[in-house]
Design a protein around this ligand. Structure first.
Ligand code: SAH
Ligand code: SF4
Ligand code: F3S
Length: 436
C-alpha cells in the first residue's frame, strides 16, 4: 500500500481525529491522493449525530465500494462515530468494507496497513482504547488555522444526543501537552488556534480549570486569534467570561448552543439551564466583551414540542440576535433517552418550523453583518476565494469570512475595509498596504 484518500464528515473533533489518522498513515510512508480512485486505501471518517449524517456516510461508502470491490490491492475502511454506534449493522449495510474502526482506535491506525495486507477481514475494531494526542499533528488541513483538542468525550447526556455513547466519558488532556502543541503551532506560523472539546468548560487537569488553561494559552498566542468551542451554557462560569475580556488574543466570537427557548423543552432535553439563565449569561458576556459575535445551535421538533414552545424558541432567537445559527430538525438516535419516546412532531410540521427559523435567522444575520459595512477590520488571509482566482478569503476576530480582491499569502494579517454584507459573508478591500 502506498497511498490513501481520507474523507471526513462531522464536527471539529472529527476533523482533528481525521488529521490524526492522516498523520499516522503518513508516518508509515503512505501519501495522500487527491482523488479516491487513485488511492490504495480509502477511509471514510464518519458522524452519526443525526440519521441524515449516518445515511450520507453509508451512501458515500457504498459508492466508493465500486472502486475497491474487484481490486484485491485496494481497501475500504470506515472510521469514527458511526462504527462506534453500530459496527455490526454497518457490515451488512456496506458489503465492500474491509475494516471498521471506532473512535478509540487512533493510536492503532499505523498498524491498519499490515493488518489489511495480510488479507482476511472484514476487521472490526471498536473497543474503546484510550487515546490522547501527545505531539503536534503533522498532517494539518490548513497552514494558518488549527484545532487543538483539549478534552475528549462528554458526560452531559443531553437526552437527544448520541455523542456520549460514541465518544465515551469526558477526559481532559494534560495542560503541558496542550501548551506544547499550541507553542509549536504559533512557532510554525499558525494565526488562528481553536481549543476544541465537546464541552470545553468542563476541562480540568489537576488544579487547572478551563479559565486557567485559556489564560495560559492566551499568553502564547500574540499575533494570532485564539478561539474555543463548544461551550455549554450551564458550565460557562464568570471566570471564563472574565478571561475572555482580559485576554489579549481571545477572539471576539463565542459559539454557545441554545437548543430551545422553552424551559419545559430545555428540561426535557436535560440541558441544565432555563431560557432566562441563558439570557443572563449572554448579557454578561456582551457586557464583558462589547461587540462580541455570538453563534448557536438550535433544534426544532423535539418530542412533544408544541407550536407555542417552538414560538418561544423563535422569539428568543430574535431577541438575542445571533450572528449565525446552525439549525437542526430533531432526529431520534438509538440508545439515547429521547429515542425511547414517540417522535411525535409530524415531519411536515418540523419542516415548517425549521423553515421559519432559518428565514428569521437569515434576516438577523444580514442585519448583524450589515453592521460591519464601513468598518476597518484586521483580517487573516486564509486562502484563495472560491469565487474568483484573484480574490482572497479571510477571517476576522468575530469569525466571519471576508472576501477581498487581490492575492495575499495565507497567514498575512491585513487591514480591510468592509464594503458589502450578505447573510453569510462580508466583502471588503485591503487598505493602506501595497498589496496587489
Ligand atoms: N457538544 C456540542 C456539539 C454537539 S452536536 C454541544 O453540546 O453543543 C452539535 C449539535 O447537533 C447540537 O448542538 C444539537 O443542536 C445537534 N444535535 C445533536 N443531537 C441531535 C439529534 N439527535 N437531532 C438533531 N440535532 C441534534
Ligand atoms: Fe451532546 Fe449535550 Fe454532550 Fe453536546 S453537551 S455533546 S449536545 S450530550
Ligand atoms: Fe458527529 Fe461524532 Fe462529532 S457523532 S458531531 S462526529 S462527535
Amino acid at each position: 500500500m502506498e497511498t490513501y484518500h481520507l474523507i471526513v464528515y462531522g464536527c471539529q473533533m472529527n476533523v482533528y481525529d481525521g488529521e490524526a489518522v492522516a498523520t499516522s498513515l503518513q508516518s508509515v510512508g503512505l501519501r495522500e491522493t487527491e482523488k479516491p480512485e487513485d488511492a490504495d486505501l480509502i477511509i471514510v471518517y464518519t458522524c452519526t449525530v443525526r440519521a441524515s449524517a449516518a445515511e450520507r456516510a453509508v451512501g458515500r461508502i457504498n459508492a466508493l465500494g465500486a472502486l475497491t470491490r474487484d481490486a484485491p490491492s485496494k481497501y475500504l475502511a470506515i472510521g469514527g462515530c458511526l462504527p462506534q454506534a453500530e459496527a455490526d449493522n454497518l457490515l451488512d449495510a456496506c458489503p465492500d468494507v474491509d475494516l471498521v474502526f471506532g473512535t478509540g482506535q487512533l493510536g492503532r491506525v499505523s498498524s491498519f496497513v499490515d493488518l489489511l495486507e495480510t488479507g482476511g477481514g472484514p476487521y472490526v475494531l471498536v473497543d474503546e482504547t484510550e487515546w490522547e494526542p501527545s505531539v503536534a499533528l503533522a498532517a494539518r488541513t490548513s497552514p494558518v488555522r488549527a484545532n487543538v483538542s483539549i478534552m475528549r468525550g462528554c458526560n452531559n447526556y443531553c437526552s437527544y444526543c448520541i455523542v456520549p455513547y460514541v465518544r465515551g466519558q469526558e477526559r481532559s488532556r494534560p495542560t503541558r501537552d496542550i501548551i506544547d502543541e499550541v507553542d509549536e503551532l504559533i512557532q510554525s506560523g499558525y494565526k488562528d488556534v481553536t481549543l476544541i472539546g465537546q464541552n470545553v468548560n468542563s476541562y480540568r487537569d489537576g488544579g487547572v480549570s478551563f479559565a486557567e488553561l485559556l489564560r495560559k494559552i492566551d499568553a502564547l498566542c500574540d499575533g494570532a486569534f485564539l478561539r474555543f468551542t463548544t461551550n455549554h451554557p450551564k458550565d460557562m462560569g464568570e471566570n471564563v467570561v472574565g478571561t475572555m475580556a482580559d485576554g489579549r488574543n481571545v477572539a471576539r466570537h463565542l459559539h454557545l448552543p441554545l437548543q430551545a427557548g422553552s424551559d419545559r423543552i430545555l428540561a426535557e432535553m436535560n440541558r441544565g439551564y432555563t431560557a432566562s439563565d441563558y439570557v443572563r449569561l449572554v448579557d454578561n458576556i456582551r457586557k464583558a466583551v462589547p461587540g462580541i459575535c455570538l453563534t448557536t445551535d438550535v433544534m426544532v421538533g423535539f418530542p412533544t414540542e408544541s407550536e407555542r414552545e417552538f414560538e418561544k424558541t423563535l422569539t428568543l432567537v430574535k431577541k438575542i440576535g445571533f450572528d449565525g445559527a446552525y439549525t437542526f430538525v430533531y432526529s431520534p438516535r438509538e440508545g439515547t433517552a429521547a429515542a425511547e419516546r414517540p417522535d411525535d412532531v409530524p415531519p411536515e410540521e418540523k419542516r415548517r418550523r425549521i423553515t421559519e427559523l432559518i428565514k428569521a435567522q437569515r434576516e438577523i444575520s444580514l442585519e448583524r453583518n450589515e453592521g460591519f459595512v464601513g468598518r476597518e477590520v484586521v483580517t487573516l488571509a486564509e486562502k484563495l476565494s472560491r469565487r474568483a482566482d484573484d480574490e482572497t478569503a479571510g477571517r476576522i476576530s468575530e469569525n466571519k469570512t471576508v472576501n477581498f480582491p487581490g492575492t495575499y499569502a495565507p497567514g498575512e494579517m491585513l487591514p480591510v475595509k468592509i464594503t458589502e454584507a450578505s447573510s453569510w459573508t462580508l466583502r471588503g478591500k485591503v487598505i493602506g498596504t501595497t498589496g496587489v
